[in-house]
Design a protein around this ligand. Sequence first.
Ligand code: BES
Ligand code: MN
Ligand code: ZN
Length: 504
Amino acid sequence: MKCTVTAKESGLVNADILVQFFSKKEMKRDAGKVLAGLGVVASPDGDFKASAGEIAMLYRQASGKEASRVILAGVGEGKTAEDYRKAADSVARKTVDLHLGVLALDCSPIDDWAKQSKQKPEELAAILVEGVLSGAYRFDRLKSGKLDKEEKKEDKPKNIEELVLAGCASRLEAIEKGAGKGMIIGACQNRARDLVNLPGNHLSAEDLAEAAIEAGKRGGFEVTVFDKKQITDLGMGGLLAVNKGSEQPPTFTILDYKPKGKAKKTIALVGKGVTFDSGGISLKPAQGMDEMKSDMSGAAVVIAAVEAAAGLGLPLRVVGLVPATDNMPGGSAQKPGDVITTMSGITVEVGNTDAEGRLILADALSYAKKEYNPDVIIDLATLTGACIVALGNLVAGLFSNDEKLAESIFEAGQSSGEKVWRLPLWDEYDELIKSDVADVHNTGGRGAGTITAAKFLEKFIDGHKRWAHIDIAGPAFLAKGGSKTPGATGFGVRLLLDLLKGWS
Ligand code: BES
Ligand code: MN
Ligand code: ZN
């Protein structure tokens, strides 16, 4: 999708659809006048409440190539960034469903929106573009189209080809800048979604490493991939143990973005890269097991976040660390009760081979601390089903040993719309992961499953003072049925970028 910013009045722009955003208040106050000005004859009156994300489609007589379709897009009260993101998302979704190629947004009231939502015009422009990219996202690369009915084969655009931000005369520069940033973040987030949606037979650990290499080429940063031999030489016993039941080798990938000038901070981002989680010998039930192709969401988000940080040229060093393997029950798989030695030297009793994410993250966290001693370490992982029980599918679990870091991540969650809720790391929970035979046990029984997983990870940061763990098991992947696009969400990319921008 191309994005253009123009001073031209929106009603005169060549497009397939023209969008007018309205808050509830603006709907009452301005809609009549605006619609009449565009040549739309009737207003939808009470049929359209202007709730955030609600849309109504109207038509007008267009003389030339201007849009004859006019979408009214509600932003609710229009007081939060989320209101605008939702509106842009809905509009894009509709445009793609209708197979229309050129979408124009009337941005002339952007100063009002900025005031109401306490955002800068530049930020709002970025939010609108991110929203459009998110709503336009479709995962269709595995569809051959061979079985489509004739009428579907028509030459209509598959997706939005051009987004036009129109009526930008007073804020041209700021909107151009913001739109550029929105394009970077939105495109990276959609790349993360592609990786997550790719099933196990299309994305192995080696493929995931390859995706990181490609991100590095696009973003101009260094990517290093350790193969099984190097992983063995490093003594990454957690990653190797999980990989034992697999036919495919593990990988450990490092993405290292260094800014041109001096870096203000070094941030390590660690992402769980389990390309498919069958549970291993502690095999999962068949129901829903297919969704475990999404168990590398943390990895996908980390790769995307490093690429976006590089694209934005943030003055931070951002190091992404991605341990990757599938978790399979092959004949040589690790067995419940096995005791393994991680890279840190800490021994782990593997009570349940389905608690595999923490084993590969253990090594990656130790490696991050030892090799980079970063100012901040953040890991993201689809770690526990218990987190979905606790917080549902829209919110991630947050843990941190630093109050200020926890606060910043919470705030980034609020502003990015990718919300997190903090859970405790109290030492009382250590009792639950004690082992009789090893230093620690990889599961903690029925209660507090999300917390015991986090307490387990904490053992491997070697006293690092600013670490956070984000359990994205719920929001990373949505089953069919909701109002949102099913499948991968890329949850975490915008959250991390908001956080990183705050340190820039
Ligand atoms: N990848 C799963 C967690 C998960 C479950 C993510 C559902 C997304 C949706 C993880 O590896 C796992 O299996 N965790 C176990 C831990 C248990 C064995 C202690 C779980 O949550 O049941
Ligand atoms: Mn598992
Ligand atoms: Zn898993």
